[in-house]
Structure formats: structure tokens, C-alpha cells
Design a protein around this ligand. Sequence first.
Ligand code: HEC
Length: 118
Amino acid sequence: MRKLSTLTILVAGPLVALAFISAPGVSAELPENAYMADGKALFLENSCDKCHSVTAKGVEAQKKNHGDLSKVAEDADFLTKYLKKEVEKETKGEMKKHKKKWKGSDGDLKAIIGWLKS
Ligand code: HEC
């Protein structure tokens, strides 16, 4: 019995410690997926749905649909710059900046893009 409990502590100890380290909210930095839950809310809050649907995620465009964002090919870095109007993207054969300049925080933008790419 004594041997068994020592063994249990030896095995369970590191496992418990590991569980704490990987538990959300315990680590100092937010894990990538902590932003995801907010992505959709932020997308709607920032009226992105005025011009875009994301049908794959249950979002319909409120006004004119300028493009469904269910499948966005560009990577997150490009999209960050594009939405800040720092770079242009080919749109119907023309190089154009995004229609609306992002004025929110970097964290919120990251959450929206992360959600779109998820
Ligand atoms: C006033 C209308 C309008 C609003 C509001 C708007 N967009 Fe756009 N967006 C456009 C237009 C027009 C394009 C270019 C369409 C294209 O690439 O064919 C575009 C393109 C994009 C693209 C690139 C699509 C692709 O296929 O690569 C992304 C991503 C995007 N918008 C995200 C957003 C996000 C996120 C928001 C909210 C912060 C937003 N848009 C708000 C009009 C708008």
C-alpha cells in the first residue's frame, strides 16, 4: 500500500502540475484560441456584416454583399495590413485598398481575422 501511494504521487504529481500549466487562464499569455470566441461578436460590432456575409459561420450581409468571407485565401499578416489600408489587393482585376479602414485595436483585429481563418 505504501509503495502504491508513493508511486501514485510520483505519477500523478507531474500530471497535476501539467494540467495547471495548460489550463486556460493560468498562463500569462492568452492562448491563440481565446480570441476566437470574440471574433464573431467583434465582426458584428464593427459592422463588417454591413458589406460581408460569412455564410459558413452563419452570418448574413446586412446591406450590399461585397463578398462572402467564408473562405479567405490571404494569410493573416496580409489581411491585417489590408484592413488597415496599408496594402492593396486585386479586386476584379484592379489593385485596391479595402473599402473601410480599421480603426479599432490590434487585438480586436487579430480576433476577427483569427475567427475568419478558423
Ligand atoms: C463599406 C463596405 C465594407 C465594409 C463595412 C467592410 N468591407 Fe471588407 N471588403 C469590402 C470590399 C468592397 C472588398 C473587396 C472585395 C473583393 O476583394 O473582391 C472587401 C474585402 C474584404 C476582405 C478580402 C476578401 C478576400 O476574399 O480576400 C476581407 C478579409 C474583408 N473585406 C474583411 C472585412 C472586415 C473584417 C470588415 C469589418 C472590420 C470589413 N471587411 C468591412 C467592403 C467592405
